[in-house]
Write a new protein. Structure first.
Length: 326
């Protein structure tokens, strides 16, 4: 089926460069730090998209820039140390993903520009002052996670009108979680759903939560964006299917068996973040660069997964879907 194009608003900034400044910029080798709040294997495709975005702008890895990685591999408690290491290594810019990682970078430095490849509602979590004028050393891409979480519950209820109980995996250490849960609870109440929330602060918590869901009457699972939980996203979907629990979540879960996926393209967001890196490397102040957010979202339905649950999507959902996995 047809796909919609991922579109973002463009924050335009005009730069005036002398010929000597251009020459200096062309011959310099930049150090771009990446603070990986999650597992490197999960974000590999997204990092490749970041590289592609930089290539589009004339940056060649190994020639005029190098990527300096610090990965936490799902251990959020390691973020402050990893952020401090990037600051100490004198990188020119720090690229982050997720709210915890961006907060750790911001707390580690007020001097080095920080570019969010994607983070959850940066205004609501206090990372920036406003989208139009961040006011701090942070710019890049953000999204309204609470609204996405609420929309996924609506889609789940549309698919299963008689469903009454949905399990939700949440990381209480992520600053956006409280807002996600609040939005989800309001939507659940409006649609006659009961939410069963399970805290996940370490990988072993996931198995305990799934075991509980399989015995407490939970009928489906909603997975929200969080680096710790996303690091086990594919495994969660597989284990949920074994317990006869359909999953709704972010886009990357659809190919690995989620029934419904709704959200933004992370690879596209990472590619877009290269334009922010380019601006700050050319001297723009991050506090003056408007933060962007996706304006279009994608709905993917997995018919293969539906067959395993002896389920057929309503025609109205199939009509609206951007993609159906057959």
């Amino acid at each position: 089926m047809k796909r919609r194009t991922f579109v973002v608003g463009l924050g335009a900034t005009t730069f005036t460069w002398s010929s000597s400044a251009r020459a200096q910029q062309q011959h310099r080798r930049y150090r771009i730090g990446f603070l990986g709040d999650g597992q490197s294997s999960v974000l590999a495709e997204w990092i490749d998209s970041l590289r592609a975005g930089l290539r589009d702008l004339g940056y060649i890895e190994g020639q005029n820039f190098e990527l300096v990685f610090r990965w936490t591999e799902g251990r959020s408690e390691s973020l402050p140390r990893a952020a401090a290491e990037l600051v100490d290594s004198n990188v020119d810019v720090i690229v982050t993903w997720g709210t915890p990682g961006t907060r750790a970078a911001k707390e580690a430095t007020a001097r080095i520009p920080i570019v969010m490849s994607m983070t959850g509602d940066a205004v609501a979590t206090g990372l920036i002052s406003s989208l139009a004028r961040p006011g701090v050393n942070v710019t890049g891409m953000t999204q309204f996670n609470p609204e996405l979480c609420a929309k996924r519950l609506e889609l789940l209820k549309e698919a299963f009108p008689h469903m009454s109980r949905v399990g939700v995996l949440l990381n209480p250490l992520n600053p956006i979680t409280a807002r996600n849960l609040d939005a989800a609870e309001q939507t659940a109440k409006a649609w006659g759903l009961v939410l069963a929330a399970f805290d996940v602060t370490k990988t072993s918590d996931i198995d305990q939560a799934l075991t509980k869901m399989s015995t407490d009457g939970t009928e489906a699972i909603a997975i929200f964006e969080d680096p710790l939980i996303m690091a086990s996203g594919g495994s969660i979907v597989t284990r949920a299917a074994a317990r006869r629990l359909p999953v709704v979540g972010y886009l990357e879960l659809a190919p690995v068996g989620a029934l419904i996926a709704y959200g933004v393209s992370f690879p596209e967001a990472f590619r877009r973040s290269a334009t922010f890196i380019d601006k700050v490397l050319k001297g723009a102040r991050p506090e003056d660069i408007p933060v962007e957010r996706p304006s279009r979202f994608k709905l993917i339905l997995n018919s293969n997964a539906a067959k395993s649950f002896n389920f057929t999507f309503p025609a109205t959902m199939l009509f609206r879907a951007d993609e159906v996995i057959e």
